[in-house]
Design a protein around this ligand. Structure first.
Ligand SMILES: *Cc1c(COP(=O)(O)O)cnc(C)c1O
Length: 495
């Protein structure tokens, strides 16, 4: 039985996903009907539980991250190396919370994996090997804004020549009050919803996250307006760069913009955070003219103070996994340290000085989620990940080219020319049907085929569809034929 389950898991990882990208209505109904209404008094055999899970529950899953043709959200996939490592993580159930070098190697593996990730993204280890593994980009955004909040208030105190203790210690309200400030603001361009959530969690307030966009280009900062906002004396500021806007996949900045924004942040004591959940992967690319715009868009994030990245998207490791980089090594501990927990202090260190994860992140007890990252990075290397990303970008560009030429569809944001559209495309495709009636139902009609899945979204006040390509098993020719086949069919449907 165990052998069989492992074989089934491998089959899934190899992509033998036969049931379409969505479960059938019957499979869902059957799974739903199989759920118990109350806790049984006595347990069942392991075999019967396995049968229940595999026969009743699993058919109710979608192909989210298993099928290369599920293009909703940004779901990634699971590489064979990551799948193996994730099973090891569950079987050995190591708790990675305190650095205990003579008890376990796990914190050193995590630290090593963080270094490998820094290498992958061409971030200098001596600056960037601070940080931690998180549950995803949302948690990483919480860490980024929390570190930023701590830092900018410290800077504001220095400027006023006032002694204040940390926000983590004294509380946000108390520190703002001592400094005569009315609040913290987060300035961005079309930020991901999770950044707004992070501001809510941290007492900054969702209403204090604002887009500072150019009048005719919502994706880019209005740098003049940004400086005006940074110069305010009643508030302190975190600038959050959308290194990859989630609808379009496009980048908010170039290296030039980042250099300018860095100067402004230094001048006004602001923190610069980059949400690179998927955009940071642009840094894997070489200086190849084919991918110049992607390379340029992700260039310059090394000038940020903190960076968010996602593991369960383009890195193709299983949920849940994100990572966080910070250039200020002592800062996260100001926010996340466990007070009065002497028994949690690491023993005498062997090897590199590694902070205990429980003092630099949200959780105390936590999963060894760095191991799948470590395994997958070693299994593919830089070349393997670059080649994977190139396939993803090429497929997105081919689909966009087809959409541009199709009489019934419009590529978004509305392109000035075909070549510009192709150049600007990363791993996302945003589009709508020209016919308003069809457009209202477009995502549903596409998803009803269960051959591909797209996200319904809205752009410029009207419905739109989004295709996000993020799976390791993408095949340009095979998938282009499938996607364009479905889109052509749907555009001809009458009702
Ligand atoms: C997906 C995403 C997030 C949120 O990530 P989770 O992994 O779902 O927590 C944040 N920012 C961007 C740009 C994203 O694409």
């Amino acid at each position: 039985m165990h052998e069989q389950i492992l074989q089934d898991l491998w089959k899934v990882a190899q992509g033998k996903w036969e049931s379409g990208v969505l479960p059938s209505a019957e499979s869902l109904a059957r799974a739903r009907a199989s759920l118990p209404t109350t806790l049984p008094a006595t347990g069942a055999s392991l075999e019967s539980i396995q049968r229940h899970i595999l026969d009743d529950i699993v058919p109710g899953f979608n192909g989210g991250s298993i099928s290369p043709n599920y293009y909703g959200f940004i779901t990634g996939g699971v590489t064979p190396a990551a799948l193996f490592a994730d099973n090891v993580v569950s079987a050995y159930d190591q708790n990675v919370q305190v650095h205990l070098p003579s008890h376990s190697i796990v914190t050193e593996v995590e630290f090593n994996a963080l270094g490998l990730l820094a290498d992958l993204f061409r971030l200098d280890r001596s600056t960037w090997q601070n940080g931690t593994f998180t549950t995803g980009a949302t948690a990483s955004n919480v860490l980024g804004l929390a570190c930023g909040r701590e830092w900018i208030l410290r800077k504001a105190a220095e400027r006023k020549g006032v002694q204040v203790s940390s926000v983590g210690e004294s509380g946000l309200f108390e520190v703002l009050h001592e400094l005569g400030l009315s609040g913290v603001q987060v300035l961005s361009t079309l930020p991901h919803s999770s950044l707004v959530k992070a501001a809510g969690v941290l007492g900054i307030g969702r209403a204090n996250v604002r887009s500072i966009c150019r009048a005719h280009n919502m994706l880019h900062f209005d740098l003049e307006l940004l400086e005006k906002e940074l110069a305010r004396t009643d508030k302190v500021t975190i600038v959050a760069v959308s290194c990859g806007e989630v609808n379009t996949g496009r980048f908010a900045t170039t290296k030039e913009d980042m250099t300018r924004i860095r100067q402004l942040c230094d001048k006004y004591g602001a923190w610069l955070h980059a949400d690179g959940a998927f955009g940071i992967f642009g840094r894997i690319l070489d200086d190849d003219p084919e991918f110049a715009t992607v390379k340029t868009g992700s260039d310059g994030i090394e000038l940020a103070d903190s960076i968010t990245g996602d593991g369960h998207k383009l890195l193709n490791v299983p949920y849940d996994c994100g990572f966080f980089f910070c250039r200020h090594p002592d800062l996260a501990a100001q926010v996340f340290q466990n007070a009065n927990a002497a028994y949690l202090t690491p023993g005498p260190s062997e090897g590199p000085p590694i902070p205990s994860p429980l003092n630099v992140g949200i959780e105390n007890s936590r999963r060894f989620r760095a191991l799948p990252v470590y395994a997958s990075l070693l299994s593919y290397g830089r070349d393997g990940y670059r080649e994977m990303l190139q396939r993803q970008i090429r497929l997105a560009r081919c689909i966009n080219e087809w959409i541009y030429d199709h009489p019934e569809y419009t590529a978004l944001p509305e392109p000035t020319s075909k070549s510009d559209l192709i150049d600007q495309t990363f791993m996302g495709v945003l589009f709508r049907a020209k016919d308003a009636q069809l457009n209202c139902k477009l995502a549903k009609k596409i998803n009803d085929t269960s051959r591909i899945f797209v996200s319904g979204t809205s752009w410029d006040g009207a419905p739109a569809c989004r295709i996000a390509i993020s799976n390791w098993r993408v095949d340009v020719e095979r998938d282009l034929e499938l996607v364009t086949g479905v889109l052509a069919e749907v555009s001809e449907l009458q009702d």
